[in-house]
Design a protein around this ligand. Structure first.
Ligand code: ADP
Ligand code: MN
Ligand code: MN
Ligand code: MN
Length: 338
């Protein structure tokens, strides 16, 4: 028997961007607990914009569990917010709107800035550092500074310890900007892991006195914004696909352009300008290996007779991967398979 520290993590009711909240439940288990062993737990929804003060209890329903190597007997418990009955999803619970589909695979590329004293890490107190060019995948103090690499390396290790399926990390185009990629099979897997990876990064940065800046365009001017490209495929896209189906799918993406943009993260008009490797927000197009398109077709997709995955480049760094996955799957199921 050991006393485990269960860190219940949930998304609050703030709009347009929910914040990560968490609190610790201490509980005895013989060994590392499985999801089925974890109880529902309550919290005060009136402090998170999820309830009125008079009847303020909301419930936390565990949905995914990860080891937390920063704490002795630590457990990270991703939870959905439920109404007091414990079985009705709260209106802020977008995970509950994601269609269950074990054949749906998502890969998210999360870009973000590290911020200190209100500016990107490595920016001078006055003015700007040298313009973009040598920062992307850069090496050396001049390109990436000192503490940033330490943070991203620690973050990678903590995520791997937790069993999060990181596929890679890189320094990005702007100074102080970084990226990690997470891939998951099953419609909710990658989204769960992106939220837990964000959580781990936020907590890690506390001790450095650094904040993670997820806003999609934190510095105006000739500096890249931050995206969260959503790579997606279904079993049908991978196994059958074909030109006719692909064109029908893209027609549906064009038809639902506004519905997609609505959940692709706030302030996206500042980022989707047609510059800095983006398509403008009010257009929809697709293109082979085209980083200025809304949806990029990887070479592998064309070489494989329209089979494989596609990259929606519009979601931004502050987007909720649950809402993004939910919308993409809604559009996909609106298209009949031939
Ligand atoms: P780039 O920066 O060139 O867009 P990355 O390597 O950063 O490419 O990201 C590619 C993403 O595609 C990865 O997150 C990967 O997990 C994802 N991916 C690869 N194959 C599939 C697939 N079959 N279905 C969904 N996503 C996929
Ligand atoms: Mn990438
Ligand atoms: Mn990138
Ligand atoms: Mn990409």
């Amino acid at each position: 028997m050991a006393r485990y520290k269960l860190e219940y993590i949930w998304l609050d009711g703030y709009t347009p961007t929910p914040n990560l909240r968490s609190k610790t439940l201490v509980k005895d288990f013989d060994s590392f607990p499985a999801l089925e062993q974890l109880p529902q737990w309550g919290f005060d929804g009136s402090s998170t914009q999820q309830a009125e003060g008079r009847s303020s209890d909301c419930m936390l329903k565990p949905v995914a569990v990860f080891p937390d190597s920063t704490r002795r007997n630590g457990v990270l418990v991703m939870a959905e917010v439920m109404m007091p009955d414990g079985s009705t999803p709260h209106p802020s619970n977008h995970r509950a709107t994601v269609l269950d589909d074990p054949g749906a695979w998502f890969g998210f590329e999360q870009e973000y800035f590290l911020f200190q004293e209100g500016r990107p890490l490595g920016f001078p107190a006055e003015g700007f550092p040298p313009p973009q060019g040598e920062y992307y995948c850069g090496t050396g103090f001049k390109a990436v500074g000192d503490i940033a690499r330490q943070i991203v390396e620690e973050h990678l290790d903590l995520c791997l310890d937790a069993g999060i399926n990181h596929e890679g990390i890189n320094a990005e185009v702007a100074k102080g900007q970084w990226e990690f990629q997470i891939f998951g099979k099953g419609s909710k897997t990658a989204a769960d892991q992106v939220w837990v990876a964000r959580y781990i990064l936020n907590r890690l940065c506390e001790k450095y006195g650094i904040d993670v800046q997820y806003h999609c365009k934190p510095i105006r001017g000739d500096w890249n914004g931050s995206g969260m490209h959503a790579n997606f495929s279904t079993a049908y896209m991978r196994d059958t696909g074909g030109k006719v189906y692909f064109e029908a799918l893209m027609a549906a993406f064009a038809e639902y352009r506004e519905e997609h943009i609505a959940v692709y993260g706030p302030d996206n008009h500042l980022r989707l300008t047609g510059l800095h490797e983006t398509q403008s927000i009010d257009k929809f197009n697709y293109g082979l290996a085209d980083r200025g398109s809304s949806v990029r077709i990887p070479h592998s997709f064309m070489n494989n007779n329209y089979k494989g995955y596609l990259e929606d480049r519009r979601p931004n760094s502050q987007g909720d991967p649950y809402q993004i996955a939910s919308r993409i799957l809604k559009t996909i199921v609106s298209v009949p398979t031939p």
